[in-house]
Design a protein around this ligand. Structure first.
Ligand code: EPU
Length: 420
């Protein structure tokens, strides 16, 4: 298992190019199961989660090949049963269920468990499949969904925390081949849903309204192969912007989509960070002293939960009190106790973290518990005095392409070592 060793205190300078979005790539890869024809997907990030999804598709019978950041998937014949252990290991693998149900009228996958960031139920996915006419049951750790045919209908996908991203993706994919029209109400509005809808439409689907809370899907008889380029990763963009601010650096972020980051740019600006938008590029620098801000995570276009931990790392450096409220995943605060090892003063009160910022951070060994917590620890380590060792760093490779290489190119002193 790898460890990142960071010698902190170096301001980041230079340019970094953003990779394709993990959370767009994973459902789009699953969508390729909807057609026997080949699909070509560009700007696919080189991540363990992506390779893992490729393994799942291969297990189901698809031919999958990478050439650089281009991925070719040909699912001429597929089977409807996902390997129990493969599917169980990654939450996002649940989104093979919609395409399998649409194409084969039958899908069996292992029930994804909870994870460190929260309970992560799939009741809304299953409610959507049932509304389309599937019979769903859970048996022996598997979810089985079966239908004679899928028929379009109106489906409300709102849950206690608002919409569901992968639930919307799953039901939208299932509905592409249903008879008649499906209307998803309280649909997730995330840019990754729009990207998926664009890919499905390129395959011959008839989807309108993606990006709004009402998505209409007119069912078609079959889908064909398509070529698509994944959108830039807005969370990777946010992470580098926050890292530049935390180290008092100045960087240019190339190839992002600043329009997907309005809430993050707004909060960083309020915290005293100077951000200039130039087309797809962002210029980020700390414009002086950091200021405390209150942040509440919300579904898109609100502040993303996936950037909450990184923002918390930054706010530990802002003199004064910042309150961070997590509205999407109730337990997504695993980074708090690790940030405390670096000297951060953070108190948890229900869904809120009260950050008493302004104390200097100093390096320490810390343990990464999940993907975004790992990113927060790397940011804090870059800003801290002395050496920080981030252990169990495999989490970070699930969602950040070559993070240590990209940070080194920005002047960070960061090394990866293998520890068995
Ligand atoms: N929820 C339900 N029932 C469901 C599904 C979700 O109650 O059937 C609840 C969840 O418990 C949560 C809320 O709805 O409180 C939102 O969860 P959502 O379904 O939107 O999450 P997800 O689709 O499983 C995706 C991303 C996550 C990201 C969330 C929220 C992928 C592969 N994952 O998960 O990304 O945090 O949306 O934006 O797209 C990450 O990249 O680090 C990550 C965890």
């Amino acid at each position: 298992m790898d460890t990142l060793i960071i010698k902190g205190g170096m301001p980041l300078h230079g340019e970094v190019t953003i990779s394709g979005a993990k959370n767009a790539a994973l459902p789009i890869m699953a969508a390729a199961l909807l057609t026997p024809e080949p699909c070509t997907i560009h700007r696919v990030p080189n991540l363990t989660d992506v390779r893992f999804m490729a393994q799942i598709l291969t297990w189901l019978g698809a031919k999958v090949s990478f050439e650089g950041d281009t991925l070719r998937i040909e699912a001429r014949k597929v089977q409807g049963i996902g390997d129990y252990d493969l599917v169980r290991k990654m939450r996002a693998s649940i989104c093979i269920m919609g395409p399998l149900l649409a194409r084969l009228k039958s899908a069996t996958v292992s029930l994804p468990g909870g994870c460190v960031i929260g309970a992560r139920p799939i009741n809304l996915h299953l409610k959507g499949f049932e509304a389309l006419g599937a019979r769903v049951n859970i048996d022996g750790g598997y979810v089985h969904a079966r239908a004679r045919k899928l028929v379009g209908t109106e489906i409300f996908l709102g849950g206690r925390a608002g919409s569901t991203v992968l639930g919307t993706a799953n039901v939208m994919m299932a509905a592409t081949l249903a008879e008649g029209t499906t209307i998803i109400q309280s649909a997730a509005c995330e840019p990754e849903i729009v990207d998926l809808a664009n890919f499905l439409n390129a395959m011959g689907a008839r989807i309108v309204g993606a990006g709004s809370p009402t998505i209409t899907i007119h069912g078609v008889k079959e889908l064909h192969g398509a070529e698509h380029e994944i959108i830039p990763d807005r969370i990777e963009t946010a992470t580098y912007a926050i890292a530049a601010a935390a180290t008092d650096g100045e960087i240019t972020i190339r190839g992002s989509n600043p329009g997907h980051l309005t809430a993050v740019i707004d909060k960083l600006t309020e915290a005293g960070v100077r951000i200039e938008r130039r087309g797809p590029d962002l210029k980020v620098r700390r414009g002086g002293r950091l200021k405390p801000v209150d942040v509440t995570t919300l579904p898109y276009a609100g502040f993303p939960t996936d950037a909450q931990a990184q923002m918390m790392a930054l706010l530990t450096l802002a003199p004064g009190i910042s309150i961070i409220t997590e509205r999407i995943f109730e337990s997504r605060f695993m980074h708090v106790s690790e940030l405390a090892r670096l000297g951060a003063d953070i108190e948890l009160e229900g869904p809120s973290a009260i950050v008493k910022g302004g104390r200097p951070l100093s390096g320490a060994p810390v343990m990464a518990s999940d993907l975004r917590a790992s990113a927060a620890l790397v940011i804090a380590g870059l800003a801290a005095k002395g050496t920080t060792r981030v252990l169990r760093v495999y989490h970070i490779d699930r969602g950040y392409e070559n993070i240590d290489g990209k940070l080194r190119a920005l002047g960070a002193r960061i090394e990866r070592v293998s520890e068995s």
